[in-house]
Design a protein around this ligand. Sequence first.
Ligand SMILES: NC(=O)NC(NC(N)=O)C(=O)[O-]
Ligand SMILES: [Zn+2]
Ligand SMILES: [Zn+2]
Length: 508
Amino acid sequence: MEYMLLWRMLPLLTLGASFLFLFYFQNYSSKQLPHKDCSLLPYQRYWIASKRIVTPQGVISGAVEIKEGKIVSIVKEEDRHWNSKEGHVVDYGEAVVMPGLIDVHAHLDDPGRADWEGFPSGTKAAAAGGITTLVDMPLNNFPSTVSQETLKLKIEAAEERIYVDVGFWGGLVPENAFNSSALEGLLNAGALGLKSFMCPSGINDFPMTNISHIKEGLSVLAKYRRPLLVHAELQQDSESHLGIKEGSDDPRLYSTYLKTRPPSWEEAAIKELVTVTKDTRNGGPAEGAHLHIVHLSDSSSSLDLIKEAKGGGDSITVETCPHYLAFSAEEIRDGDTRFKCSPPIRDSANKEKLWEALLEGHIDVLSSDHSPTLPELKLLDDGNFLKAWGGISSLQFILPVTWSYGQKYGVTLEQLALWWSERPAKFAGLELKGAIAVGNHADIAIWEPEVEFDLNDGYTVYLKHPSISAYMGSKLSGRTLATFVRGNLVYKKEEHAPAACGVPILAR
Ligand SMILES: NC(=O)NC(NC(N)=O)C(=O)[O-]
Ligand SMILES: [Zn+2]
Ligand SMILES: [Zn+2]
């Protein structure tokens, strides 16, 4: 009897199921397909033409065909038939068409301290600077991103509030380091890798790790083939930082701050790190894991240790930031705490050696380490370097800064693409990003290297607190004309697309 009833109900059940399917599918696809407010260009299929397109095979004159967010063909000028092909052509003339920048180290402070930066302002600034993907750091937001649950808060906070794509690093802290299921939960939830500090981070709910925590972290990451990023400064109790005398050393002098964090701190941290990166070698117990040293400042002994580890087959990379390449300690004016960061900006000889290492390929990638705060916490009036918040605000300017300060060293467009797109994409595991190549996301920055501008009050800065940026007041060259994220024109000459259509990037 019951059996008969089931048979009679079957058509009804099938109908119900198909409605459910249709409903789900429509919802799903409406989320996936960009709506018209995502882009300032009303085409799904079009060409971007220019005399200077930066591809992994070199700079070409020609056009890039984009269809539904992806690059579907790249045609050289001499093969002129793209002209006759269907589709709208946006001709940028002499402007440079480059892969969008990928910044693997940015603190957007959202949720919890969105008044320091926040997803909307941070990603608008990114788009205005030619950045198409950011990887957000797990600290300075509150709570810190150290668990599956807190990563979920990040993803929720990003929803419909990001103008470029954003991935997330999770935090490796003493609380989760020996708890592999907690770490796996965080990695399964989509963290692209983990980040830890070997010195106090300045954030209470993000305590520092020691080398045993780091070794444990690497062993879990090995299974996922994802990286561990480390802030490598290890406090040395000896001479230096205790050497400054309260009262006699003026806290408004940059040199006073410099003494508190000598290069020996970086060297000591890296010395410990390379004892565990041996495990990442082929056949080693943590093969598959990777260690990445963030924001290297010391270009002497610290760098030598990294080179040696690389030479031995350790899976290790290192980044530096535009501020270490642009500024030197001698130029920082008394009380100008906009320049305070850790590790500190060192002397000009150190800077020259950093450039050399970058040009020779010993430094792998560049990142902003955009780490803003409230202007009050920068103590600009006081100018006390010892008490001010450490962190440089730079996100919108990283391309013109690298380009402008790189002129002296003959930096090429291909090198910019390597340091800011190709290698960061590979390092963060972003398979469809980082190069203008067929099949990749159409993440593209259009900019004019020769156009100079003054970063003064008349310049439109999208960062929440422009006044704390160390670059305000400088003259730079390289203006962003337009930025495309997965084919959406998200930024064009001081205008953003009405809707925030960046997506969270989650590792699988
Ligand atoms: N809590 C921070 O954002 N710290 C940052 N501060 C800097 N770099 O001065 C960093 O990345 O270490
Ligand atoms: Zn750091
Ligand atoms: Zn940082």
